[in-house]
Design a protein around this ligand. Structure first.
Ligand code: SAJ
Length: 416
């Protein structure tokens, strides 16, 4: 029996909330998962899952079977409340800027407020703009003045604890990374951070590092921005090398032989719902200062158009070109199409009407109806131009003999 056994409410049962809730349940905590999606709640209560993630089905089944995990549409009283709801973005007034939308976090805070009691801990896991954890404190102070004395925020005048513990797991490896990754916990005060650390210690084998809430919020945004800036460097190199007739993958491989150089890989652009979004939260907070972060976003966002123009230019060689688009997901060996540059390029090619487009996505769901999909063999046989967009393992193994007569545009360097 876990001696720190708690009653925990997890609000938001998506890619972060559901693995976290079920992990806590398997460690002996009594967990109630809350979501506004009734179908998801019913699926989870029957021990099944509504999202795709390796091994999550096993974890959820065992959590539900143990009696420690239940799902519901409404919260209950508990010791700890974890918020893992989305932080989407709204488009800015001008240009490509994206403005963070924290309305789901605000709504989740309002939903739990009536159930809070003295001594409770509230943890924000969602990737959030700087200041969001403090905003949670303000909302609770407004709705529950009995728990927070808003007038003396700087002193430890609260009867509840509030902390930010940003999620860091990589889709496709969530269960392993949930246990193994180091975590950063930022408290509204030291006591909040320490209380959150005690809970995370019950399932996290990585180091746990304490700070204030604003630094923790910024650390998460910086992690994803760092990756975005580094990918932008690789994407910029790929365009420079194309102009100069140099193989960018050979070049990066050679440059990376230097002990202090580690260039990432170019691609058709940056996709997913984190790295292509979070840097904008920093730009929105400090527009005049975040010059490199903004430029990196612009470089990465411009790459799909560069690829599209390349395909269109090559297709003028053919009277009725057949263009095979290999991969639609935002990265290798997953099914996720959100913010995927491969999807954008394929859609734009179809709309441009330059030829017949044959798209192939080995991980597509049966429900995919936007345009027809083809088997890999069929595409390899019929296409004049092969556009490799995702480095799925199926494409890595293609017999190079079959590629000999084709025009190849390999955005991932798989067939280099
Ligand atoms: N990509 C490249 N070149 C590279 C690496 C990636 O073009 O060298 C592209 C991928 O193809 C993809 C995009 O970048 O389109 C993002 O993929 P990713 O694997 O880098 O990251 P995500 O979005 O799946 O997950 C990231 C992770 N953050 C970091 O690695 C710093 C993960 O740990 C976070 O938890 C997640 O964002 C999140 O939820 O914020």
């Amino acid at each position: 029996m876990n001696k720190n056994r708690q009653k925990i409410v997890v609000v938001g049962l998506g890619y972060i909330g559901l693995p976290t809730a079920s992990m806590l349940a398997t460690k002996g905590h009594q967990v109630l998962g809350v979501d506004i999606n009734e179908a998801a709640v019913n699926t989870i209560n029957s021990g099944k899952i509504h999202i795709v993630e390796p091994d999550l089905d096993i974890l959820v089944r065992s959590a539900v079977n143990s009696g420690n995990l239940r799902a519901s549409l409404v919260p209950e009283e508990a010791d700890t409340f974890i918020l893992a709801v989305p932080t989407p973005f709204k488009s800015g007034k001008e240009g490509p800027e994206k403005i963070p939308d924290i309305s789901f976090i605000e709504a989740a805070t309002r939903a739990i407020a009536p159930f809070l009691r003295e001594g409770n801990l509230v943890i924000l896991e969602s990737t959030s703009p700087v200041g969001t954890t403090e905003r949670i404190g303000e909302i609770i102070a407004e709705l529950r003045p009995d728990l927070i004395n808003a007038k003396c925020k700087t002193q430890h005048s609260t009867l509840i604890f509030i902390a930010h513990c940003p999620e860091r797991v990589l889709p496709g490896h969530i269960i392993r990374e949930l246990v193994d990754n180091d975590r950063i916990i930022g408290g509204l005060d030291k006591a909040s951070a320490e209380k959150a650390r005690d809970l995370y210690k019950t399932f996290c084998n990585g180091g746990i590092f304490l700070t204030d809430s604003k630094t923790a919020e910024m650390a998460k945004l910086v992690e994803n921005s760092s990756r975005d800036v580094n990918i932008a460097f690789a994407n910029e190199l790929s365009m420079i090398c194309d102009k100069l007739g140099i193989n960018v993958w050979e070049l990066i491989g050679l440059a990376n032989k230097h002990p202090r150089v580690n260039i990432l890989q170019p691609g058709p652009g940056v996709g997913g719902h984190c790295i292509a979004v979070d840097p904008w939260f920093i730009v929105a907070a400090a527009p005049n200062e975040a010059r490199m972060i903004r430029t990196a976003r612009e470089v990465n966002d411009a790459k799909p158009t560069w690829v599209l123009d390349k395909v269109i230019a090559k297709s003028t060689r053919f009277k009725n070109p057949v263009i095979g688009c290999l991969g639609l997901a935002f990265k290798a060996n997953i099914d996720d199409l959100r913010e995927s540059p491969a999807m954008c390029i394929t859609r734009d090619l179809i709309n441009a009407g330059v030829g017949r487009v044959m798209a192939c996505e080995p991980n597509a769901h049966d429900g995919f109806k936007e345009f027809p999909l083809f088997e890999l063999g069929e595409v390899l046989r019929e296409a004049d131009i092969l556009l490799l967009l995702v480095d799925h393992e199926e494409f890595q193994g293609v017999d190079r003999e079959l590629l000999k007569e084709k025009v190849l545009i390999d955005t991932r360097g798989v067939w280099r």
